[in-house]
Ligand binder design. Sequence first.
Ligand code: WT7
Length: 636
Amino acid sequence: MSQYHIKSLEEYFQVYHKSVRQPETFWEEIAEENFVWKKRWDSVLDWNFEKHEIKWFDGAQLNITENCLDRHLATRGNKTAIIFEPNDPSEPSEHITYRELHRRVCQFANVLKDQGIKRGDRVCIYLPMIPQLAVAMLACARIGAVHSVVFAGFSANALAERINDCECKIVVTSDGSFRGNKTLNLKAIVDEALETCPTVASVLVVKRTKEEVNMKEERDFWLLPLLDAAYKDCDPEIMGAEDPLFILYTSGSTGLPKGMLHTTAGYMVYTAYTFKNVFQYQENDVYWCTADIGWITGHSYLIYGPLANGATTVMYEGIPSYPDWSRFWHIVEKHKVSQFYTAPTAIRALAKENISFVEEFDLSSLKVLGSVGEPLNEEAWHWYNDIIGKGKRPIVDTWFQTETGGIMISPIPFVTPTIPTFATLPIPGIQPCLMNDEGNEIKGNPAEGRLCIKFPWPSMARSIWGNHERFKETYFSLFENKYFTGDGALRDNTGYYRITGRVDDVIIVSGHNLGTAPIEDAINEHPAVAESAVVGFPHEIKGNALYGFVILKETGETRDHDNLRKEINQIITERIGPIAKLEKIQFTIGLPKTRSGKIMRRILRKIANNDSSDLGDISTLLNPEVVEEIIEHSKV
Ligand code: WT7
């Protein structure tokens, strides 16, 4: 039996129990048998839940790119590492072998060095889904620089905020990006962002759309000539196990986005381990994750997890609806995809379209179907199972977070019996628990409460960049000695978990994690707006959509409300990005507040949900009379 690769339910339970009884032995054996190290660790795990310092494999030395690239060269040099599928189906796809990827990463690493980038420096990557994005990340890891990938759908302002927070020295971007039949001028967005980013000394620009861009002398460089001039060899920098690998920003319920800090060895071990088990990857499989690399799913399950296992991973530049809604199935057929991993929002959108988009294609290569990012509702589960899986492929509903680094609760396909809407059982090494409002663990089944994790796991975020206090406060202060996820969950009689959704002010829209506070800040920038509150409400395709309650400064405001709505959404697009636009905007004379002045979002949520029958006790409100008024106007 191999603990690295679980093949039966009996094995799963054996391995799981060992991971709880002897966590250090368990992870030590996995680390020893499946990776290459420059120096062995001194201790497997050191943790202090009081200071919230967590160290895995401390004292070990390694380079993650040696594990993802160099070690495969002898046996898999000519194997395809990345299949690039461009936005435009008439453009040929590209097969990049492990040898070729290794060479490209080394050259890119040398370009970074020539630009003065050293171990520990932060590099912002703002690129579309093209191979250079993967190469840039791995090049950072090669030389020990810390990458901070920013999703190339974020606005100039959001980009600047992220660059400044971790003081990036350099930005890697492209002239533009293709998305369906649109192009977006990324370089212009970077130029605008850099007006307020004093730490950035240079910008490397990939040519993709070939549109006209401004190149600032001595700051901006086309990447290609630099790559051509760079050496093809670059020794991997020897890193400590706990040296930072990357920062990835995620929204909090308040304040600036949180720069989640992930370190090297534990992240590598855990993402590789979960990739192998959750997708049951076999040597000649072709694996495709549709997530953008700008999110944690892309980091862990498009790049690091697959490459550490020597897998072939598909990278798709475009969107599911271009040139039409058959594109995903066309790609599955074309590359004979074995494992397909996507988000519920995509599944729901695809399910709404004509079934002929699916039926035209041969999907017989598929073995495992995955879902991530938000709850996979029953209807979408059945469509995925019946229409795509033909009732024969296991669906893995995988739960995790930017903070957890890797998949935490998920079926293991062909091993764990699945039930719609359940993420089922924890991965070995993960000890989930449910907590009640009094702060006690709910033992026994069934149970429902707040989802926490009671023991450290190798890929957990180590801190929030530059703000360890906030890290402690956000994740470890609510329940003593436990990591709090922000999600609610229930556990059924068999011990299976179902994730029910966020219990804080984070709203998941189309799988994107959005905090309400920054959106409200953007709305409040409109000169006519006095105050606002944003809540989520169920949406057929997006899972949730945003509903804004807005108080105008002048109650007798005579301006056209539809125009105001457009202007407000325009500001949100500029400050955050189009993903944060409000689906509905209701102008109101007041917002329900507690006596301490806190907005009662619970009430607004119910109204936005069209469910104002039972609002609970509102007599303690400062202004109970506004509630009637808001309900009245929500109906028009
Ligand atoms: C939040 C984390 C994890 C990668 C993408 C999102 C929600 C994630 C599931 C799932 C129900 C899920 C949770 C979580 N979520 N996966 N399988 N079922 N909800 O990463 O942006 O950090 O968001 O996504 O609410 O807390 P993220």
